[in-house]
Design a protein around this ligand. Sequence first.
Ligand code: DHB
Length: 391
Amino acid sequence: VRTQVAIIGAGPAGLMLSHLLAASGIESIVVDQRSREEIEHTIRAGILEQGTVDLLVDSGASTRVLTDGHRHDGIDLRFGDEMHRIDFASSIGRSVWLYPQHEVLKDLIAARLDAGQDLRFGVTVDGIDDADPVHPVVQATDAGGELLRITADVVVGADGSRSVARSFVSGSSRSGYFREYPFAWFGILCEAPPSNDVLIYSNSPDGFALISQRNEHVQRMYFQCDPGFDPESLSEEQIWDELQKRVPGVELATGPIFQRDVLRFRSFVAHELLRGRVVLLGDAAHTVPPTGAKGMNLAIADVVLLTRALEALLCRGDERALDAYPAAASERIWKAQHFSWWMTSMLHSAPDASEFDRRRQLGELRTVTSSEAGQRYLSEAYTGWPFATAV
Ligand code: DHB
C-alpha cells in the first residue's frame, strides 16, 4: 500500500500525529503490534500539561479531558516535617490535568476511526527499507500473517521504548545517551477516596513516595523500591504501612488494591532522531524517569514540531523543515530530561547517599520552596513550557 506518512505505533504520539496531519490534509497509515484492547487498558501515567490539554481540545480530539479529567492547580512537596504547596495557578496562571493516558488513547483511537483513518492493530514491523531514499518502505506482517509493505514519503517511528525504528535511525536500539538509576517505583491502584486535594511528592528518611489520584473512588500511589522488587512480595497491609511511613502527618485513606506494577527508571535520548526520511518521536526517541510525569507530554511536544515539519515538506515541498526537526526537538527533550532527572534526584534516597547528600537534598528542597523564583521555576516546568512556534 501507498501513503504519505507511515506511522509505526498507535500510542499517544503516533495517534496524535495522524490526527493533526489529517487536519492539514496529509494522509497516513498507523500500525501497531498490540491489540486495541491492550492499548486502551494499559495503565500509564496520569498528568497532562496545560499545552497537551489545550491541543486535545482545540484539535477536536477530546473534550472528555475537561469533563472526566480533574484540573490540578498545584502539588505538595513534603520533606522534613513540612508540607509545601507549589501553587502553579497563583505562581504562573497555568495548571495540569489528571486524566490517565489510556483515556487519551481511547479518545484518539475513537476520533481516528470516526474520521476513517487507516489504523491497523496486530501488525509486526519486520524492518524499514530505504533503497529509494525518498520513498522509504515499512515491511511488516499483519494480524493474519500476511506480508504488508507500506510505501511512504516519510516513515515515523512512534513505537515506544522498545522501538524497532530506533535501530534503523540510530544504528542500534541502545545507541543513545543514557543514565540508569539505582531504584524504581512500585505503583498501585486502589479503591479509596483521595487523601489530599493535590498530589503529594514526599522525600522521607524511608525513601520517596508519590500520593497521586485518579478520581473520587480510585487512587494511584507509588513508593521507591529496588529495581528487582517483586510486586507480589508484600501484603496489602504491608503496602499501606510502607506508604504511610513515607508521608508522616498525612492520613492516607486506604482500600482494596487491584493493580500492582514496578516502573523502571531510566533517562535516554537516541543519538540520532532522523535518517533520511525516517524519523523518531516520543519514547522511541527518548525515555525519562517518571518523576514529574513528562513522558507523554514530551511525546506530544515532539508531535507538534514534527507536524509543522511534515506540513512544510509534504504541502510546500520544503525539505529543510524535516532536517531541522532533530535540533528543534532536542531543545525541549533536554529540558525535560533535566527536569525529570532533577525532580528524581531531589526527592529519592540513593542507596549510597551519605548524610551530607541527605542534608544537601533538604537544603535544595528548602531553596525551591522558600523562593518565589524557585516555585515559579518548578511550576513552569511541571505545567509545561509553551510549545515552540517555529521549526
Ligand atoms: C503520576 C505519575 C507521575 O510520574 C507523576 O509525576 C505524577 C502522577 C500518576 O500516574 O498519577
